[in-house]
Ligand binder design. Structure first.
Ligand code: GLC
Length: 486
C-alpha cells in the first residue's frame, strides 16, 4: 500500500482484550487495533489502566511529556499520566491512562465517579494527541464510554487547528447501554457553555445521555452488523435512540465483527483436548468426551452436547430457555452446559437444572477463557436465542469449531448464520424468527433431529466450518469508510 494512503487513527476504548474484558467489545477493539496496526496504519489506542488490571505481565513505558498532567473537571482537579505497553499475546502497543483518583477501584463501571472516568478518557485521548502533535484522520470511538469525544472536538477543542481535518466515528456495540446521568454533571463535562449541542429534550428532563450525544455529533456512525444497523432504527430495538438514528441514517453503516482465526482455529488451538479440521473430524468427539469429564457429566456416544455461553440477561433470551428447557430435558436426550452469569433468578434456574440432572447439565458462573475454548470444541450445538444481538461472536467461533449454532434471526446472528436447507444442502445452522417459547422449542427440536441425521449433520457442520469472517475483510471495511470521510 502506498504510504500516503495509510491513516492516522486514535482509538479510545473502555475495554481491550486481554487487559479488561466484560464483553465482546474488548475482543473487537483488540482485533480492530491489531488489524489497523498490521495493515500499516498508525493506530493509537488509549484505554484506562484501572485497578482490576493485572499489571504483572505488562512492561509500561512512561511517556515523556505525558506524565502528571492535570485536568479540571467541574470543581475538581485530576492528575493523570499516560504510558505505553504491548498487550500480552499479540503484542499490539497501546497507551494506558493512569489516574488513581478515578481508576483505582476494581471495577471499571458504576459508582458515583463513573461519568468522570469516561469524560477523562475522552479528553485525555484528545489531549494525548495534542501533546504528541498527532493529528488523527479518524477518532474511532466505541460505545457510550467514548461517545462524548465527537462533541468535545466541536466545542472545547474546536480552536485547535491540529484537528481541523480530523473526523470522528462512533461504533455502537450495544445500544442498551447509553451512559445517562443527571443534568447536574454538565459543569463537570465542561459543556455548560455548549448546551445547544446536547439533546434539548434530555436537558429539559434534567438528563444527559453520552451515547445520544455521540449519535448527534459523530461524522460516521457504525454498528456491528448490517441487520442491527437496520433494527436500531425501529422502536423495538433502538432503545429510545431510533428517532435520532433515523435523522442520521445516511451516516449509519453496519459492519459485521470479525474473528481472530489465529486464536479460534480447532487445528491449532492449544487449549483444546485434540485438534481437528473439516477434513479430519474424528478429532472432535474426543473433545466432547474430555469436556464431559471435565464438567462431571456422563459421556454417552451419540448424545449431543448443547452449549449456551452468554450473560444471563434480558438480551440473551435466557427467559425462553427457562420456559422450554425443563420439558426438553425430559423429552429428549442431550447434555447441556451453560457458561455465564447475570440476573440472580436466571442463575438460580441454571443451578436448578444442574440439580435436577447432575449428570447431564453443568453450570459455570465464572467466565473462563480456557473453558470457553473447550466448550466450543466439545459441544455439538450452540444456543443463542437472543432477544437482540448487535453482532454476537460465539456463533462465529462455533461455526469454525463445527458446533452448529441455533440462533434467533436478529442482528449479527441473522447475518452470520443461514438456516440449513436439507434439499439443497445449504446453510450453516438452525434459525428461528419469533421470540417466543414455540420458536425456541421448534429450533432445538429441529437441531436435535438434524444431529440424528448423520448425512445432513456432516453437511451443516462442514458448511459452517467453511465460513470466513476474518478481520482482514471486516477491518478493511472500516478503513474504506474512514477514507470516504476524508
Ligand atoms: C456487545 C454485543 C455483542 C457484540 C459485541 C462486540 O457485547 O452485545 O453482540 O458482538 O458487543 O461488538
Amino acid at each position: 500500500m502506498p504510504p500516503e494512503t495509510l491513516l492516522k487513527i486514535c482509538l479510545p476504548c473502555a475495554e481491550i482484550s486481554p487487559l479488561v474484558k466484560t464483553g465482546g467489545l474488548a475482543d473487537v477493539t483488540a482485533n480492530l487495533a491489531d488489524h489497523f496496526v498490521q495493515s500499516g496504519h498508525d493506530c493509537r489506542v488509549l484505554t484506562p489502566l484501572h485497578g482490576g488490571i493485572d499489571t504483572s505481565e505488562l512492561e509500561i513505558d512512561d511517556l515523556p511529556g505525558l506524565q502528571d498532567l492535570e485536568l479540571q473537571l467541574g470543581g475538581r482537579s485530576f492528575k493523570y499520566s499516560i504510558g505505553r505497553a504491548s498487550l500480552p499475546g499479540k503484542g499490539t502497543v497501546v497507551h494506558l491512562l493512569r489516574c488513581p483518583q478515578l481508576f483505582s477501584g476494581k471495577s471499571l463501571y458504576g459508582g458515583p465517579d463513573e461519568h468522570l472516568r469516561f469524560i477523562l478518557l475522552c479528553r485525555a485521548a484528545i489531549e494525548m494527541c495534542q501533546r504528541q502533535q498527532f493529528a488523527p484522520d479518524v477518532f474511532h470511538c466505541h460505545d457510550w464510554h467514548t461517545a462524548l469525544l465527537p462533541v468535545y472536538l466541536k466545542t472545547r477543542y474546536a480552536w485547535d487547528q491540529l484537528f481541523a481535518a480530523s473526523r470522528s466515528v462512533l461504533t455502537i456495540h450495544n445500544i442498551a447501554f447509553q451512559g445517562v446521568y443527571s443534568g447536574g454533571i454538565l459543569y463537570e463535562m465542561g459543556l455548560s457553555d455548549s448546551q445547544d449541542m446536547l439533546d434539548q429534550d434530555d436537558l429539559n428532563c434534567d438528563r444527559v445521555n453520552f451515547l445520544k450525544t455521540g449519535v448527534l455529533h459523530a461524522d460516521l456512525l457504525s454498528t456491528v452488523s448490517p441487520t442491527y444497523a437496520r433494527e436500531i432504527l425501529e422502536p423495538q430495538y433502538g432503545m429510545g435512540l431510533e428517532g435520532h438514528l433515523r435523522d442520521r441514517q445516511h451516516k449509519l453503516v453496519g459492519i459485521l465483527n470479525g474473528v481472530d482465526y489465529q486464536e479460534w482455529n480447532p487445528e491449532t488451538d492449544p487449549l483444546i483436548f485434540q485438534p481437528y479440521s473439516p477434513g479430519q473430524m474424528e478429532g472432535k468427539e474426543p473433545n466432547k468426551e474430555a469436556l464431559a469429564e471435565e464438567l462431571g457429566l456422563v459421556y454417552t456416544f451419540d448424545r449431543p452436547m448443547v452449549a449456551m455461553v452468554t450473560p444471563l440477561t434480558y438480551q440473551s433470551g435466557i427467559e425462553l430457555v427457562q420456559q422450554v428447557m425443563p420439558e426438553l430435558l425430559k423429552s429428549r436426550a442431550f447434555s447441556l452446559v451453560v457458561l455465564g452469569q447475570g440476573e440472580p433468578h436466571h442463575e438460580r434456574f441454571c443451578q436448578w437444572m444442574h440439580n435436577q440432572y447432575p449428570d447431564r447439565v453443568s453450570y459455570h458462573r465464572e467466565f473462563s477463557h480456557t473453558l470457553l475454548h473447550r466448550i466450543q470444541a466439545g459441544s455439538d450445538l450452540l444456543l443463542m436465542p437472543s432477544r437482540y444481538e448487535p453482532c454476537g461472536l460465539n456463533q462465529m467461533y462455533s461455526l469454525r469449531y463445527g458446533t452448529v449454532p441455533v440462533v434467533r434471526a436478529t442482528g449479527g446472528l441473522a447475518d452470520s448464520v443461514q438456516h440449513f436447507d436439507a434439499k439443497r444442502g445449504t446453510g450453516t445452522g438452525v434459525v428461528f424468527h419469533d421470540f417466543d417459547a414455540n420458536g425456541l422449542r421448534w429450533a432445538v427440536n429441529t437441531a436435535l433431529d438434524l444431529y440424528a441425521n448423520k448425512y445432513a449433520w456432516r453437511l451443516v457442520r462442514f458448511n459452517g466450518m467453511e465460513q470466513d469472517f476474518s478481520w482482514e475483510e471486516q477491518g478493511e471495511r472500516y478503513i474504506k469508510r474512514f477514507r470516504s470521510l476524508l
